[in-house]
Design a protein around this ligand. Structure first.
Ligand SMILES: C[S@@+](CC[C@H](N)C(=O)[O-])C[C@H]1O[C@@H](n2cnc3c(N)ncnc32)[C@H](O)[C@@H]1O
Ligand code: SF4
Ligand code: SF4
Length: 386
């Protein structure tokens, strides 16, 4: 019994430090190859979030053969991590096979989903295929006309993860519609031991905000409170650097950084096109991209000011200042270890993590491009039909 608890505790401590995959990622901090790629496995989506420009139901799913060809090419470029995104990845009929294929090729593999189509069986199949990380997007406690992604749908599914090897993260979007519930979203995730993040809504490729962003001062207070909690070691699922970055965005302060999108990280569209990031698209096909094309994107971009592609900012800051970014993250995660020991001494406390389906207040009620060398400063296209 004691041995079992000790192993579980060691496993948990190991997981705390596995997110960054430090040794593997370390190689990409010093060589010229890409660290990560986000692959749109489909443009189609079963929802219609008002802030989103990343779905298009007029387009068919890409075929399994095409996707596999692109995935092989992404790996040949030396990419280590692949994030399966969309549209909604779970609407692709071959999603399990795609995950299996990514793992066979040696990718660290994650999937971002709205979770609506997630079932216990599908999660088990994805786990069996080797999926390591699942990010479920949850914006509110209850659905609204702006976004249906709420804990009303997701809370009953958290139990599926109780014995799963897949690491679950929760991510929400903060805008005027969601802000009154964003704290509750954060508490609900954190109180169940799930790394959780809520982040500011970003503009579309034409720099337009599709929804009201919310009152600046309130947003700033909220970001400040997350910085505080992150420093205390709580499982806020983003780095302090990104929280500071968001605060600077709100204050209109200039941030000094070099965007590594198109180089250390890049996107591949559901038509196989090479995209610098989710906002800056090119017409070049992924099959024609070379390491030199990628390296050409190692430069400051004219679209950096106000950039809301947080995964790109995050990877860029990591590559630029690895010691500072990783150091703070390691310190924050180390602060969690004493509470893990406390929990391991009270083993029953563990069971509440993913299983207690209650609100934070303790109640059970839920209401509710371009041709040629791809470049970030080239033509920006807004996807048709969006
Ligand atoms: C485009 S979605 C695709 C995956 C899946 N359909 C989902 O919603 O999780 C990927 C992530 O981008 C977020 N997102 C979409 N539009 C956004 C925006 N304008 N600002 C901030 N985040 C956004 C979503 O909430 C989600 O977490
Ligand atoms: S954010 Fe995700 S769920 Fe919402 S419309 Fe976009 S792709 Fe669909
Ligand atoms: S700075 Fe431009 S190219 Fe870089 S991530 Fe932001 S929008 Fe994309």
């Amino acid at each position: 019994m004691f041995f079992h608890h000790r192993m579980k505790l060691l496993d948990k401590i190991g997981r705390e430090f596995s997110g960054y995959n430090i040794l593997e990622s370390g190689k990409r901090l010093i060589d010229r190859k890409p660290l990560q790629c986000s692959l749109y496995v489909t443009d189609r989506c079963n929802l219609d979030c008002a802030y989103c420009t990343e779905y298009d139901n007029s387009r068919p799913h890409p075929s399994l053969d095409d996707l596999k060809k692109w995935i092989r090419k992404i790996r040949e470029l030396g990419t280590m991590r692949i994030a399966l995104v969309g549209g909604e990845p779970l609407v692709h009929p071959n999603i399990v096979e795609l995950v299996r294929y990514c793992r066979e090729l040696g990718f660290a593999t994650s999937l971002t989903t709205n979770g609506f189509l997630l079932t216990r069986k599908l999660l088990a199949e994805l786990e069996d295929a080797g999926l390591q990380v699942m990010q479920i997007s949850v914006d509110r406690m209850t659905p609204s006309p702006i976004t249906k992604k709420s804990f009303r749908t997701i809370l009953p599914k958290l139990d599926y993860f109780r014995d799963s090897k897949i690491s679950l993260h929760i991510t929400g979007v903060i805008c005027a519609d969601t802000l009154p519930e964003s704290r509750a979203v954060l508490e609900t995730g954190l109180s169940r031991g799930i790394p959780t993040e809520v982040r500011l809504v970003h503009a579309d490729p034409l720099h337009r905000f599709r929804v009201d962003r919310g009152p600046r001062e309130e947003l700033e207070r909220f970001i400040d409170s997350m910085i505080e909690r992150k420093r205390r070691g709580e499982k806020i699922h983003t780095s302090e650097a990104i929280l500071n970055y968001q605060r600077s965005l709100l204050r209109g302060e200039r941030v000094e950084w070099t965007c590594m999108a198109g180089y250390k990280l890049f996107f591949v569209s559901a038509q196989g096109k090479f995209w610098i990031c989710s906002m800056v698209h090119t017409d070049k096909h992924i099959m024609d991209v070379t390491l030199n094309d990628l390296y050409a994107n190692y430069r400051k971009k004219s679209c950096q000011e106000g950039c809301g592609v947080y995964c790109a900012v995050s990877a860029s800051l990591l590559v630029e200042k690895p010691v500072r970014v990783l150091g703070k993250e390691i310190v924050a995660r180390t602060k969690r270890i004493p509470s893990m020991f406390r929990r391991s001494l009270a083993p029953d406390a563990d069971k509440t993590t993913h299983s207690a389906i209650t609100n934070p207040d303790g109640t059970h009620k839920m209401n509710g491009g371009t041709n040629g060398s791809p470049s970030a400063d080239d033509r920006v296209t807004l996807r048709k039909g969006v």
